[in-house]
Design a binder for this molecule. Structure first.
Ligand code: FBP
Length: 550
């Protein structure tokens, strides 16, 4: 055992993740059941045309049978960790490792270094038993690191083929979010078209919780990350309620969707929690969002409470209609004139130059914002064309604007504030028992898909709220989750993001309680994730999953 493990780390290394029944006792007793042909969520004709070799394949579920199934010989599998870190990635790799070894003695697992870029460049290490042993049940992606290279050019795909041939790989497993699994689907299609004979399987990862649908109940890492943030938010609530002198504005990671904010609100009951999807539905302007927060500040102050806690989803600005328009116009502008605009150096000149390419309303809005926010909106997009919302300091923008609004209303109380941003704090936390088990199951399921030579699938484990004895493992065609969206100024096939459903039970529960939470101190203090102890404490999932599947 590694000597750089903490006391908890050592105890945690001994944890044996639990597997769904169909994957227990090795993968040798697993049969794949075929279902009906499938279709994409939208834009069926276009997606079918783009994925002629992998479109329409059936959903797969595994069942235990008595007959042994073995691979023809040892399997060689490569694994990639892609995109933002999420707790449990190492256990997915452990699941693949144990799965392929159970299928065929002598099977080998290789880890591509630094994300999809490592695959293109053929940079890898072999993951052997000793190395794997150091990372079981740990957080982070450090075993092979991660990266955000987008796989899209024919040149990149051809390089991947060279690597696959050189390493004699039977399969590549890409562990990633919606964008990375889009990469996996595109690569699977390319390999199938070229008859490369190498499967490409995806695994649903992202703390954001926005890679989910009927068959992928949740993405791994969401559970642990939100529990980590909720512990911190609970601590802040207790501090706020003790000192009674600060309003805490807490921005929470999660990119576009507000699943993290909503779940954290259910776990901690703050005074304010903004849900971006609701802002969009109600077409609220920034001024209206600000005024809704100011109302709570004023009414608490009238009750003698100049303190409170407000949760802000990091993607909020994209959902405020005028900002949404500004950001999409800036996306197009930066895709075509980005280099020139950025070369100007100072923010005022950049804003002026960008202003020439966007609508007058957007140009006025951009100019009206604090300089640092103007700059943050014009920073580089990520390789997938997304604005980097984690770099936009929305919590500070709101504090400033709420302060101005209070002044306008001749507010007599106090508005002393603290700002926080919780994101990176939770992405590498040691996986909760739920994530440790779920991830191990996903990895094991991926190895079964590889054994059966399946490609263009995402590994799945379902029935997650029904107890592990009822968990169902299988595979879902990635093309089923796709639609066409505008990225980097062009239409691209991508996995559709699952945003917060305003008719769903988690949001409804929040909406029914938020007024009481705004007035009082109904705070809940969830405390740290527990790894050892009673099952109702250690194996509990999260409100979102429970409510969605109750
Ligand atoms: P993925 O979608 O790749 O899982 O990443 C999620 C995320 O943590 C977002 O919540 C956040 O906006 C973004 O990554 C931050 O990116 P980076 O790690 O590049 O700063």
């Amino acid at each position: 055992m590694s000597d750089n493990l903490s006391v908890l780390g050592k105890a945690r290394a001994e944890y044996k993740p639990k597997l769904p029944p169909s994957l227990r006792n090795g993968t040798l007793k697993v049969l794949i059941n075929s279902g009906k042909a499938t279709k994409s969520v939208r834009d069926q004709a276009k997606i079918k045309e783009l994925f002629p070799n992998t479109y329409g394949v059936p959903i797969l579920t595994f069942e235990t049978i008595d007959k042994k199934q073995t691979a023809g010989g040892p399997l060689n599998v490569g694994v990639v960790l892609s995109g933002g870190q999420a707790p449990g990635g190492h256990n997915v790799i452990a699941g693949i490792f144990d799965g392929i070894k159970a299928v065929a003695a002598g099977s080998k697992l290789y880890g591509f270094l630094g994300g999809p870029g490592g695959l293109v460049e053929g940079k890898y290490i072999e993951i052997d038993r000793e190395l794997m042993g150091k990372y079981r049940n740990t957080g982070g992606f450090d075993i092979i690191q991660s990266g955000r290279t987008k796989l899209e050019s024919t040149q990149q795909f051809d390089k991947c083929i060279e690597v696959v041939k050189k390493m004699n790989l039977n399969a590549i497993v890409i562990i990633g979010g919606d964008d990375s699994n889009t990469n996996a689907a595109v690569l699977a299609e390319y390999f199938a078209a070229k008859k490369v004979g190498c499967s490409v399987i995806g695994c649903p990862k992202t703390i954001d919780g926005d890679l989910k649908n009927e068959y992928i109940e949740t993405s791994f890492g969401f559970d642990t990350a939100v529990k980590t943030y909720s512990e911190l938010i609970g601590n802040i609530e207790r501090d706020a309620n003790s000192a009674r002198k600060y309003w805490h504005f807490i921005k929470l990671m999660g990119r576009s969707a507000s699943h993290i904010g909503l779940e954290a609100a259910l776990q901690t009951r703050p005074n304010v929690c903004i849900i971006s999807e609701e802002v969009k539905k109600q077409k609220l302007t920034l001024a209206q969002v600000v005024s809704s927060i100011a109302k709570v500040v004023i009414s608490r102050s009238k009750a003698g409470k100049n303190f409170g806690v407000a949760l802000i989803p990091e993607g909020l600005v994209e959902f405020i209609p005028e900002f949404g328009v500004l950001i999409s116009e800036l996306n197009e502008t930066l895709a075509h004139h980005g280099e020139k605009i950025k070369s100007l150096g100072d923010v005022a000149s950049m804003t002026k130059a960008a202003g020439k390419h966007i609508s007058p309303a957007s140009a006025t809005l951009l100019k009206s914002l604090p300089l640092d926010i103007q700059l943050q909106l014009m920073l580089d997009r990520d390789p997938h064309g997304n604005v980097q919302v984690s770099l936009i300091e929305t919590e500070k923008l709101l504090i400033e604007m709420v302060g101005k609004e209070l002044k306008k209303q001749s507010f007599k109380g106090k508005f002393s504030t603290q700002n926080h941003f919780f994101g990176y704090e939770g992405r590498c936390a040691a996986p909760s028992n739920f994530d440790a088990d779920y991830c191990y199951g996903l990895g094991y399921a991926a190895s079964v898909l590889v054994l059966h030579g399946k490609t263009g699938y995402m590994a799945s484990v379902r029935n997650l709220t029904k107890g592990i004895k009822n968990w169902v493992a299988g595979g879902v065609p990635t093309t089923m989750m796709m639609n066409i969206e505008r990225r980097h100024g062009t239409d691209k096939p991508v996995i559709q993001k699952a945003l917060v459903d305003l008719n769903g039970k988690p949001f409804k529960y929040f909406a029914n309680h938020r007024n009481e939470w705004a007035k009082g101190e109904e705070y809940l203090y969830p405390g740290p994730i527990q790894y050892f102890g009673p099952t109702e404490v250690c194996d509990v999932t999260n409100y979102t999953l429970k409510l969605e599947h109750s």
